[in-house]
Ligand binder design. Structure first.
Ligand code: OSB
Ligand code: MG
Length: 368
C-alpha cells in the first residue's frame, strides 16, 4: 500500500423522516468520514457513531478525538488494514473509531489491487435481500401506514422498534394488518430488564423472527435467563463487540442469532471472523445498519453478500434515509439491493455532496 495521508471529513444530512428508538429520536445524520489518500488511489470509511452516546458509549466527537490522537499516529506508508487492526488493539474499545480507519485502508488497498471488497471478504451473492427498520411512530395508525408503504416498495422484512409500553400492541396490530407470512422482528435497543421476562414472553404468540437486544449491553447473564424463558429467538446487537464476545454469547446461549455491524466490532476484518464462526456453527447472522450513507451502505452490502447472512438485513435503499444520498443512490429491485462489484467499496462521495462537508484534518503519514 502507498498511503500518503489521511483526511477527516465532517458533514450532516437530513433524514427523510425522524427515526425514533427507545434511546432517542434522530432527525438528521451527523457524519464523519476517513479519506485514506495514496499515490494514485484513495479509500473511504464512514464512522457509524451517532452524535450522542445513547446507542453505545461511543459518539461522533469522541471518534474524531480517538482517530486523530491515537489511531492516525499508528499509520505508516505501507501499513495494511490487518496490521493497523493489530496495532490498534492497544487502544481499548473505541470500535467505531477503529472501524472507519480500517475500512478506508481496505478500500484504498483494494482499489490499488483492482479488487472489490465483496470479493475480498468472500461474497457469494450478487444482491442481498433488503429489510427495513421502522422507528416508533406517533400512533398505531401511523405505524400501519408506514409499514404498508415500505411493503408496497418491496421490502422483504420489517423490524419494529419497541420500548416498554410500546411493544405488544404494535406487534399485534402489524400482524393483524399484514398477516402471518410477513417476516417480522423487533428491536428494543436495550430498553428492558430481565424482570420483564414474563412480559416479553407474551411476544411468543406473534411468531417473530427474533427479538433484538432486549436488555442492556453488558447484561449477558440477563440474556441467558431471558432466552430460557421466551421462545422468540434472542438476537444480540449492542452486546457483540468482537469475535470473543460473539463466541461467549453463543457458548453461554445468551443468543441464537447475531446482528453483525462492522462499526460495532472494529471493522470488516473482525465482522468477517464473526460471520465465519457463526457459519461454522450454523448460527444465522444478518447485517445491521446505523443509518449509513452510501459509503457505509456499499461496504455493508459486500459483507451481507457472505453465505452466512441468511436473514434479510437492515440495508435499505438510499431513499429510505435521505432525499439525496452522498453517493449514487442504492435502489431496491424486487426487494433486493445489488452488491457493488467494481473496485474497493465500489462508490465514492459525489463531488457536489462533498462540497457541503468540512475537512477537519489532513494527517501526513510517515514514510516507511
Ligand atoms: O439498533 O439496529 C439498531 C439505527 C441506528 C442505531 C442503531 C440501530 C439502528 C437501526 C436502523 O435499527 C438500521 C438502518 O436501517 O440503518
Ligand atoms: Mg439494533
Amino acid at each position: 500500500m502507498n498511503l500518503r495521508g489521511v483526511e477527516l471529513w465532517r458533514g450532516k444530512i437530513d433524514l427523510v423522516s425522524p427515526f425514533r428508538t427507545s434511546f432517542g429520536t434522530e432527525f438528521s445524520r451527523e457524519l464523519l468520514f476517513v479519506h485514506a489518500v495514496g499515490e494514485s488511489h484513495a479509500g473511504w470509511g464512514e464512522c457509524v457513531a451517532m452524535v450522542e452516546p445513547n446507542y453505545s458509549s461511543e459518539y461522533l466527537d469522541n471518534c474524531v478525538q480517538v482517530v486523530s490522537r491515537f489511531l492516525l499516529p499508528l499509520l505508516h506508508a505501507d501499513i495494511s488494514a490487518e496490521s493497523f487492526v493489530s496495532n490498534a488493539s492497544s487502544i481499548r474499545g473505541n470500535y467505531m473509531a477503529k472501524a472507519c480507519v480500517e475500512t478506508a485502508l481496505l478500500d484504498l488497498r483494494l482499489r490499488e489491487q483492482s479488487s472489490s471488497l465483496a470479493k475480498f471478504l468472500g461474497a457469494t451473492k450478487t444482491r442481498v435481500a433488503s429489510g427495513v427498520s421502522v422507528g416508533i411512530q406517533e400512533s398505531l395508525d401511523a405505524l400501519v401506514r408506514v409499514v404498508g408503504e415500505y411493503l408496497a416498495l418491496g421490502y422483504l422484512r420489517v423490524k419494529l422498534k419497541i420500548e416498554p409500553g410500546l411493544d405488544l400492541e404494535l406487534v399485534r396490530t402489524i400482524r393483524k394488518e399484514f398477516g402471518d407470512e410477513l417476516l417480522l422482528q423487533v428491536d428494543a435497543n436495550a430498553a428492558y430488564t430481565v424482570a420483564d421476562a414474563e412480559h416479553l414472553k407474551k411476544l411468543d404468540e406473534f411468531n417473530l423472527l427474533l427479538i433484538e437486544q432486549p436488555l442492556p449491553e453488558d447484561d449477558l447473564v440477563g440474556h441467558i435467563e431471558l432466552a430460557k424463558i421466551i421462545n422468540t429467538p434472542v438476537c444480540l446487537d449492542e452486546s457483540i463487540t468482537s469475535l470473543e464476545t460473539a463466541r461467549g454469547a453463543l457458548d453461554l446461549k445468551a443468543c441464537s442469532i447475531i446482528n453483525i455491524k462492522s462499526g460495532r466490532v472494529g471493522g470488516y476484518l473482525e465482522a468477517k471472523k464473526i460471520h465465519d464462526l457463526c457459519l461454522s456453527r450454523g448460527v444465522p447472522v444478518w447485517c445491521g445498519g446505523m443509518l449509513e450513507t452510501g459509503i457505509g451502505r456499499a461496504a455493508n452490502l459486500a459483507l451481507a453478500a457472505l453465505p452466512g447472512f441468511t436473514l434479510p438485513g437492515d440495508i435499505s435503499a438510499s431513499a429510505r434515509y435521505f432525499a439525496r444520498d452522498i453517493t449514487t443512490p442504492f435502489v431496491l429491485v424486487n426487494g433486493h439491493i445489488d452488491v457493488p462489484n467494481t473496485v474497493g467499496i465500489g462508490v465514492e462521495p459525489l463531488p457536489e455532496m462533498l462540497a457541503s462537508f468540512r475537512k477537519l484534518t489532513t494527517f501526513e503519514v510517515a514514510s516507511s
